[in-house]
Ligand binder design. Sequence first.
Ligand code: MOS
Length: 766
Amino acid sequence: MSAQPQTGVKTSGRWQPAVTTDPMLHKHGALGHPVSRIDGPLKVQGKARFAAEFPYENISYAALAYSSIARGRITSLDLVAAESAPGVILVMTYHNAPRMKAPSLMMSSPTAAGSSDLPVMQNDEIHWNGQPIALVLAETQEQADYAASLVKVAYASLPAVLSFEEAKKTPRQLETLLGQPPLLEIGDAETALANAAVKVDVTYRTPRHNHNAIELHAATVAWNGDELHLHDASQLLDLTAGQLGDIFGLEPDKVRVTSPYVGGGFGGKCLWDHQILAIAASKMAGRPVRIMLSREGVFRIVGGRTVTEQRVALGASSDGKLEALIHTGTAAMTPHNSCPEQFTFPARHLYAAKTFKLEQDVADMDMLVNTFMRAPGESVGTFALECALDELAEQLKLDPIELRRRIEPEKDPTTGKPFSSRFLIEAYENGAERFGWQNRSETPRQKREGEWLIGMGCATATYPYHRFPGGAARIRLTVEGHVTVSTAVHDMGMGTATAQAQHIAARLGVPFENVTFEYGDSSLPRGVIAGGSTQTASIGGAVIAATEVFVEELVKLAGNDSPLAGLSLADVEPRDGGLGHRDNADRFESYQSILSRAGRDELVCEADAPAPAEMEVFSMHSYGAQFCEVRVSAITGEIRVSRFLGSYDAGQILNSKTAISQFKGGIVMGIGLALTEETNFDERTGRVVNASLAEYHVPVQMDVPAIDIIYTNKPDPQAPMGARGIGEIGITGVGAAVANAVYNATGIRIRDLPITLDKVMVAPEA
Ligand code: MOS
């Protein structure tokens, strides 16, 4: 098998996929092959150690007490009962907590990883209902939990903004929408809408969602003198290490954050108060500390998706071309975070229209900061946009897929950039055929089996391609032929290590079994975050750069006594466990031979990924078509997703098993978004009142049908390895596909999520 080193990137900006040919798929470990996760056996045997599972001599256990008002000051703290409870080592409050610098916000400074820039336990101020007011450290978890319940506190409350309806009356304009202008206007969209032959102008609402990864947020803290080791559950190791250095005034080489296994991330496994507080308490007590939030604790101090209200107005000509595309609205935020829920992003690139008006602002509220949660922006933005397109298709008497065909753009409709690779219509066509879309009745409420009304819906899925600069990779080759590639990245269960081992095997031409991918430790070469579906491409960029150095070093080592003698870098390629001439099968020398002739035990090379120039030139996105069939009880309003198919166009798929698992996981989360998930925020008190998995329903086995996944597998010529991100796209479009199916089944348009049975029970009996 032949793997090509990356050679063109510096001159043409083009990446060459390592290996993309399907005939290779039968070979274990080849790119695309459904290799089972290499961390799987460790996990099922209980041998994978998660953040809260590291044993230390003399370890102590932390528990938090949380504020019960939304805004104000602490006027008194009575700690007598807590401090004298059995096993208590210390009670930390703002009175005795060490002085710590406030975190800086994620994406606002090079070292930032903070989800909030509020100071942590430094003064008497309360900013949200649920803010930690005390940390109890005890000999056992049970003792800590009990003592935390004995903390007595009195407050002076201040007026708080707790109603979204009130808050959005005085919206705050954003300075930037994650680097994009918050207002994008092309032409006069309102006038074009007013003059359009066919129009839809509707408002959609989406609620708050909470992070509910299976692994609770947890950390184990161990100080060794002035050196800090944090065992974390993290999707941003290096940013966390940098931020902790800032907060505690430590030199970068004194902070090590490790996170080899994470039980689900989704945007929530970042730096929150609990790690900072546990580190401070460990310093005070002089003992290692374990902290694991309760499920309620996650609801209190780990932010989630925020509430939105979105207007989508579409004006079309009678032949189904868009005259106006308007998507505007408001998301709730606090002044202390940086996640604006960019729901207008999909409308910026998905469809051709003559005029655009895309604008969003925020309503500031006194609440826990909102944050990134799987496809922030796109997941709720596609709900509004893709439902509105379904409404427009109905008015035009067009099949919804035919409408997408008529508004398919040739280039990015708002930036004018060429698409790097886009096969959305093909994804629709493949999906429609396999799902049996032709059996859908164009008129709603036509199919019924007993009490069950049956309908189908579809919607576009989309998520941007992004590659973060700044990552590095180190390749170490031993004379025995084993390759270890190291970089401080993350595998939260999505298969990073497995897919990268496949990529490295293909690129260096070594057997999959000879590759170790080392990650999860901030002391490794600098890594990128696992977020924004960017990590795979970002690692790929660094590995490709390191491969170039690796080949260069090997050619030097090979020297003049090699079959490779006299060949230039452009002539050679890694293959079959060595280097060979691209066009001459006979000119080849194995890695083992090159190293042993040079008297070397190993070769170590490191390189930084090149700047992500591809994104400046091209409009790069993953696409998909989501197909849903629902059954809705005409009697009780019960809604069951009976079939689901996701058809994706996400570039080269590196591992079909882990990729399908990512797509399915996104769809499952999307079914929760569509039907059941809602954080109930009490607007009188600012309290989250359903802070448990009993009252916040994430989809379980009985809520999820067998899910069918297909993909185009067309390598993106601009992406390293040809692969775009796949972690988040699965959730996008699902809310709309379900809502459109519910409409097709019942004739009722539900424009506010979740689609609970009370909303369809008002159905007129057919
Ligand atoms: Mo994702 S919301 O970038 O983990």
